[in-house]
Design a protein around this ligand. Sequence first.
Ligand code: GLU
Length: 426
Amino acid sequence: MSDTTTQEKKLQQNHKQSPYDSMLARFNQAADIIGLDQRFRDILSVPERTILVNLPVKLDDGTTRVFQGYRVVHSTVLGPSKGGIRFAPFVDLDEVKALAGWMSFKTALVGLPYGGAKGGIALNPKVRSQDELERITRAYTRALKEVFGEDSDIPAPDMGTSSREMAWIFHEYSRIYGYTPGVVTGKPTHLGGSKGRVQATGWGVMRSTMQAIEKLGMDPKKITCAVQGFGNVGTWTAKFLKDEGLKIVAVSDHTGGYYNEKGLNISDAVSYVRVNGTLSGYEGATKISNDDLLTLKVDVLIPAAIENVITEKNAGDIKARLIVEGANGPISAGADAILESKEILIVPDILANAGGVTVSYFEWVQNRRGHYYSEEEIGEKTYPILYEAFENVWQTRQKYNCTMRLAAYVVAIERLATGIDLEGNF
Ligand code: GLU
């Protein structure tokens, strides 16, 4: 079966607006604000390492197919590189490079002792059997066995992967080097995963949304919200925001948007997807298109799917007052200025979705100490980190009179540049 569906081809076309260029555009704008020395610009605008692997894997029908995989290490200045692995048909080097850079900025911004990396394999997990996915994941792990390591490069889940794939990576790596749970995070809790990791990114998106709502002086009970993307991040974000009293009027997945002006029953929609695989046919809402969802008249918009869904083409039509980026790179660099002129507040990806990697950090700490925390302890440790990062970005925004996005980059770049400087030149 083909690895690319029609909807995915469309996403792929949007995707052709290079996410890496989008990342670099913001990096350069932030570097200009602080007059960053050329040396740091040169170092930080390219990845430290770019690895491409070709993985011959036997399919269930007996044929062999070669899958292309990537791992890009953007920076290890502040610690071992950290970042997820994405399984999607449109994965390419440009995207993985952008995502790796965002991970370095994210970990630096939040203050974790990590650098940034990202990996990916170009495949459609929906058309691959569990056995095929296991063989592909194990082949990828073997191909990158010298790159991965609990002190060098630590993968985690991202789009199209979950605790299941992380268990395979952990197991395959441990077969080679002996028991090493800290080599990968986002594992099942039975195998050393952390309590709270599954919902961590969505929980963090909710926390930063609530912090932004407070800054804007809005009343949570009167807020309407649309969430684009109903995967791990979108579902948990929608659930947590509903628990906080927001009215979630629309959600979407690759089959389209689902709108109910009275507010959706999120647990009901999640159960529906669990049974049916997608939101298609969900009766608690009216069907709209994914494009319509983005331009709905709502107070808060949460893009939680993929890159470049808000571009120069539709930015002018966005009506939300606040956008919180659950996904990495959902707004193209070209759309930033349009949204800014409309005075829409954007909580940028590297801040908004940092809850995932923060709980990943605590998973790694627990694995290395062999001492495990309760879910409550994880929440108590994670919350102040995310809260402080938000406040820091807010103050930096005021200091430089710039957007939250550029302020977040400024904080991250300053920390990375300081690290590079302190390391010395030789
Ligand atoms: N893939 C997630 C992200 O983009 C999590 C990374 C991690 O936990 O290392 O932040």
